[in-house]
Design a protein around this ligand. Sequence first.
Ligand code: GLP
Length: 247
Amino acid sequence: MRIITADTYEEMSKKAAAIVCSQVILKPDCVLGLATGDTPLGMYKELIKMYENREVDFSDVTIFNLDEYCKLSRESTQSYYYYMHHNFFKHINVKKKNTHIPNGMAKNIDEECRRYEQKIKEKGGIDLQVLGIGANGHIGFNEPDINFEAETHLVELDEITIEDNSRFFSSRDDVPTTAISMGIKTIMQSRKLLLLANGEAKAAAIYKTVKGKICPEVPSSIIQLHPDATMIIEKNAAKLLYPSAEQ
Ligand code: GLP
């Protein structure tokens, strides 16, 4: 596990964008796995700037998103479909047919999960998977007590996640309680992982991810076993890793 500490959110975002950009330069038809949440927003802004400056070309890139809420239409401003189109896809030259987000409105969710997993395999797997992290150590929507063998599947959201994500909804009751998420197995099969974390609220989760026991109670702890994982951690999120360091 490679750990890069960043002094600011901007520095974290720029470094993350540089890594994604070099992946696309090295393999223009690569498969990227992308994440939602507040954390990667700065990275998307940087990548858009790089695209506008003609430093990167997404025309042959395929994208798979980690997860999507169930029972939220694509038009809902809280859906991850909306998030990705609004914050990234519409600003770059990725082809719509090459962007994939699980369909949380599918009638048969199990079937949709199988279809999504199959599609990733057909494309040869994910070259670089970007991850955020929940305060409880979730990655994607793989909540504590996860089965490490799971592929894309239906998840019940944890109370902490519902609480954390309620800030995006008008009330806590509006937050969906289920989602489709790539499983830990899907994520771990990605050739490279890039996890971003920002802010003190993530410090405990980051400590457990890096120094804790590998266990299903902390889904992100499995990253310790990945052969090519990079974490870019803003200094407040890293504070428990280096307790004596001056902040
Ligand atoms: C959601 C997403 C995760 C994301 C997490 C953290 O639950 N499913 O993929 O990593 O939130 O979000 P934030 O970056 O807003 O803290």
